[in-house]
Design a protein around this ligand. Structure first.
Ligand code: SF4
Ligand code: SF4
Length: 290
């Protein structure tokens, strides 16, 4: 991992100048912490565990959070917690070079979203920032923003912030900028107009339709059973970690297939994969057009 850092700030407000806690957010749309239930820990390696299913991650984070709550906030105790946790949980990691931070836990009043247990606002830290004890160090944890934050158009980021009802689904897709951009652009093309993030808050059917489309990664039956994984190594943003799923020009389908780590080694599979994507796009467009 090149940029060797990761970001979490627990508040969800971006000020009029596009800053979050004084740090400029690229494009002015903050994706890391959105609401009581929506947040992301992907760049901290959240999904880089052997079992990245929702029940497994919830159990892992809940266990950690509970153990951390009883920990004295002393350097030795925190470091030892990190070492023991990292050694015990989540192995084998799908991407051995992508750090999984043992200080990810559940935060918020009711522990309803993922976040950083070392953050000054996290329970029991009394305003002290312990992120300097992490692998990436405090500064990196504060200022890093992923390629999706930097490169996705603002309206797509605003749509992402509105459509999910839980941190698990949100964090799995929020870093997938190529997939998100391809799917949203195709929906817009077939709709004949840009997506309207503001309008979504008034239309639960629309948010549900987009959420169903964007969770395509979770039930994609053509994923490579050996190389593919729910975890996205977002530090390989140039696509070098994902083999092209075909040899043709990089059109909408080839982008989607590649980003979903598909194995499409015969014409029947290609046709079935295209049909599945088309069905999901058509269902979304039909709901949004109603
Ligand atoms: S992956 Fe991106 S959105 Fe998620 S926490 Fe990191 S910087 Fe924020
Ligand atoms: S300390 Fe760990 S969980 Fe916290 S922001 Fe840094 S990498 Fe993420």
């Amino acid at each position: 991992m090149d940029a060797s850092f990761s970001a979490k700030d627990q508040g969800d407000r971006v000020d009029a100048g596009g800053c979050q806690n004084g740090i400029p957010v690229p494009g002015g749309v903050y994706l890391c912490q959105v609401s009581e239930t929506i947040s992301c820990g992907a760049c901290c390696g959240l999904y880089n565990v052997a079992d990245a299913s929702r029940p497994a991650l919830e159990a892992m984070l809940s266990r950690r959070t509970e153990r951390f709550s009883r920990l004295p906030r002393q350097m030795d105790a925190i470091l030892s917690f990190g070492e023991r946790t990292a050694a015990a949980e989540g192995h084998p990691r799908p991407y051995p070079d992508f750090h999984h931070c043992p200080y990810l836990g559940l935060i918020g009043e009711k522990g309803t979203r993922v976040g950083c247990l070392l953050h000054p606002l996290a329970d029991g830290n009394h305003g002290v920032d312990f992120r300097g004890l992490s692998y990436y160090g405090g500064m990196a944890c504060r200022i890093y923003f992923c390629p999706a934050t930097h490169r996705l158009p603002g309206r797509y980021k605003a749509v992402l912030r509105r459509v999910f009802d839980n941190w698990y689904d949100y964090g799995l897709v929020v870093t997938e900028r190529h997939l998100v951009a391809a799917l949203m652009a195709e929906v817009e093309r077939r709709l004949g107009r840009p997506l309207d993030p503001e309008g979504l808050s008034r239309r639960p059917m629309h948010t549900a339709a987009l959420a169903t489309l964007l969770t395509i990664k979770q039930d994609w039956p053509f994923r490579d059973p050996i190389q593919g994984h729910l975890c996205h190594d977002l530090f390989q943003d140039d696509g070098s970690g994902r083999a092209p799923a075909g040899s043709g020009p990089r059109d909408f389908y080839t982008v989607v297939f590649q980003e979903l780590e598909s194995v499409l080694d015969n014409d029947e599979r290609v046709a079935a994969a295209r049909a599945m994507v088309d069905r999901r796009i058509a269902a979304t467009v039909s709901t949004l057009a109603a």
